[in-house]
Write a protein that binds this ligand. Structure first.
Ligand code: UDH
Ligand code: NGS
Length: 353
């Protein structure tokens, strides 16, 4: 019947329209979900990159991967530049230490016990950026036994203090009369040729700190570190005493024109340095007597280091002489530079009086 077929056609037509509409809806929904899933994937990749640890993500140094794609950095070569700063007080410090010199120590043993110290006596923390770059300068001649103890005790302490440091043993060549302060000037100059140090520790080879809270770094004023020596009954021998171990920033050292070059033999050069510091309006910073305790390795007077008879006269005139005698008048010849596993030994000809 014609009426029936018209009705059937209408039903078929509506059904088809509904099917097409449903198909269209299905495609739209699929499309929307697809586009949204793309967004999520992109955000995930971004998030992954920003969660990469700082020391891997932000280094100024090139990595093998970096050369191809500057977003992905995997293998760090050299020093990471954007590590977090080390804390003001190292969490690795242990406080008072047992220091004694009855049994001998060997360089081999010290080397094995300090695997992170690099050739030349260089170290820097790997998990944070050290607050200071410190050069340790030791005036030296014929004191190998003392040096072994110094390295044995100091390397672990300096590492716990989280310093970026290097050890320089400045060895006076020949057997002319000894000149401690001039060797220290040489150490300052030579260390700076190697690395951009900002702090200098000047340490006798026979002095060992008894507490690692006595940080071998620089302060806002020149620092005296060996304030409480066993040989003086753990007291300062006099208020102006600045001998043994001291520290100065580059700026402080330059302000006093470095150290005198013309104190040949024992005594007075440390008092001259004190006078220089005081004359420039600086004061001496010191740790307290407990933290500043240290032991001296007992020894006889060295040959060619007899008391300097001119020392009293010289320290009476520091203010007049310091501007022409110092780092600005330093002259010497480097004889040899040896990179030992635990220190850098620089042998120098400093001349004679
Ligand atoms: N130094 C050497 N070799 C020398 C002379 C001095 O390496 O031949 C260095 C060494 O780093 C020493 C520093 O210079 O720690 C100061 O010299 P010193 O130890 O002779 O000075 P100090 O005032 O002793 O400590 C002086 C001699 C005291 C003799 C006491 C005898 N009981
Ligand atoms: C003073 C010396 C300093 C010396 C200090 C401690 O008398 O150089 O004794 O010496 N000054 C003069 O001689 C002008 S010590 O006991 O460590 O040998 O550092």
């Amino acid at each position: 019947m014609p009426g029936d077929s018209a009705v059937n056609f209408n039903v078929l037509h509506r059904t088809c329209k509904l099917v097409v509409l449903l198909c269209f809806l299905h495609i739209s929904v699929t499309l929307i979900f697809y586009v949204r899933s793309l967004d999520i994937r992109f955000a995930f990749v971004q998030n992954q990159q920003s969660n990469t640890p700082a020391n891997v993500r932000s280094t100024n140094l090139t990595t093998k991967e970096e050369a191809k794609d500057d977003k992905i950095q995997v293998k760090v070569e050299g020093s990471p530049k954007n590590l977090e700063k080390c804390p003001e007080t190292s969490p690795l410090l242990v406080g008072p230490l047992r220091v004694e010199f009855s049994s001998p120590v060997s360089l081999e043993q010290t080397r094995k016990e300090n695997p992170n110290v690099e050739v030349g006596g260089r170290f820097r923390p790997t998990d944070c950026e050290a607050l200071q770059k410190v050069a340790l300068i030791i005036p030296f001649r014929n004191r190998d036994e003392h040096l072994k103890y110094w390295l044995y005790y100091l390397h672990p302490i300096l590492q716990r203090q989280q310093l970026d440091y290097g050890v320089y043993v400045i060895n006076q060549d020949g057997d002319e009369i000894f000149n401690r302060a001039k060797l220290l000037n040489v150490g300052y100059t030579e260390a700076l040729k190697e690395y951009d140090y900002d702090c200098f520790i000047f340490s006798d080879v026979d002095l060992i700190p008894m507490d690692d809270r006595n940080t071998y770094k620089c302060f806002s004023q020149p620092r005296h570190l060996s304030v409480s020596m066993d040989k003086f009954g753990f007291r300062l021998p006099y208020n102006q005493y600045f001998g043994g171990v001291s520290s100065m920033s580059k700026q402080q050292y330059l302000k006093i024109n470095g150290f005198p070059n013309n104190y040949w033999g024992w005594g007075g050069e440390d008092d001259d340095i004190y006078n220089r510091v005081a004359s420039k309006g600086m004061s001496i910073s010191r740790p307290d007597g407990t933290v500043g305790k240290c032991r001296m390795i007992r020894h006889d007077r060295d040959k060619q280091n007899e008391p300097n008879p001119q020392r009293f006269d010289r320290i009476a005139h520091t203010r007049e002489t310091m501007h022409k005698d110092g780092i600005n008048s330093l002259s010497y010849k480097v004889v040899k530079i040896e990179k030992e596993p635990l220190y850098t030994k620089i042998t120098v000809d400093v001349g004679k009086p």
